[in-house]
Design a protein around this ligand. Structure first.
Ligand code: NAD
Ligand code: ZN
Length: 259
């Protein structure tokens, strides 16, 4: 392990231990080592194949039945992403975040990932800002259901609570972040005095704004990412390594310090 990474791991562990309320802000990079490609970053799908259609949500609203038919027929702009999502399992980085929660040093995860891998790894305090691919959601009242428990006897399906149209829980391009998830993020950020930025390029709002708020309130930022991001310049501890390698070592150090 290079000396600067060993030093950063020590610094990260000490900073986390010395903070009152640590929140992790997680992006697609955490799941890269589970074989799920990211959109951005050097190996990202958009970097390789170009940007996607940003009118997704408009199209859904124009014709929800057609959107559902396409979804059921499994048409996708990124088949390699869907295939990877279907087979992925959590990696050491997911388990390290779970361990940090068990140790009482990580209070909450705000994740931009939709892959359900935090839950499979056993993390509990999670806000999914872009939804969860294994769930459905009513666009009117935001009720959510596991996909395999929802009766699909009409397209589009309707909410049993309010009659609103039901869509996949995953937030589409052009779709607002569900209010309840956004409020939870705002509340978590307000309490946070140390934000752990894991595998996120932090350019997508509103998530990109949370670290800046922590910083403005005098908190600290730790970045775990093999690549530089627009936030790097504001970060207090930079761990320039893949999350699946770096995070377990941070947990080791945290446990060592408390032994
Ligand atoms: P992003 O903007 O957060 O960028 C990914 C970041 O991960 C980059 O900065 C890259 O340098 C970093 N990275 C790559 N490998 C890493 C590793 N091993 N460890 C740590 N960091 C690593 O995310 P995006 O790819 O632009 O995706 C945009 C949105 O699309 C996401 O916010 C999410 O909603 C959705 N998405 C989700 C998944 C998923 O659920 N796994 C995957 C792709 C995209
Ligand atoms: Zn409803």
């Amino acid at each position: 392990m290079p000396a600067d990474i060993a030093q950063a791991i020590d610094d990260a562990a000490r900073t986390i231990r010395g903070s009152h309320y640590v929140v992790a802000l997680v992006g697609a990079g955490l799941s890269a080592e589970s074989g799920i490609p990211t959109f951005r970053g050097p190996e990202g799908l958009w970097t390789k194949h170009g940007e996607p259609d940003l009118r997704d949500y408009d199209r859904f609203q124009e014709d929800p039945a057609k959107w559902w038919e396409m979804r059921i027929s499994r048409a996708s702009q990124f088949p390699e992403l869907v295939e990877a999502l279907n087979t992925a399992i959590p990696n050491e980085g997911h388990f390290a975040l779970k361990d940090m929660e068990d140790e009482g040093v990580l209070r909450h995860i705000i994740t931009q990932n939709i892959d359900n891998l935090h839950q499979i790894a056993g993390s509990r305090a999670i806000t999914e800002i872009h939804g969860n691919r294994t769930k459905l959601r009513c666009i009117e009242c935001s009720s959510r259901w596991p996909m395999d428990e929802f009766p699909m006897d009409e397209l589009p399906p309707h909410c049993p609570e309010c009659g609103g149209i039901v869509k996949g829980d995953t937030v589409m391009f052009g779709e607002p972040i569900p209010r309840d998830a956004l409020n939870e993020c705002i509340e978590q950020t307000r309490q946070c005095d140390c934000m752990l930025l894991v595998g996120t390029s932090a350019v997508v709002y509103p998530a990109a704004g949370f670290p800046m708020e922590v910083k403005q309130m005098g908190g600290t930022l730790i970045e775990v990412n093999p690549n530089e991001t627009p936030l790097t310049q504001y970060v207090d501890v930079v761990l320039r390594a893949p999350a699946g390698e770096a995070l377990p070592r941070v947990v080791e150090r945290i446990r060592g310090d408390s032994a």
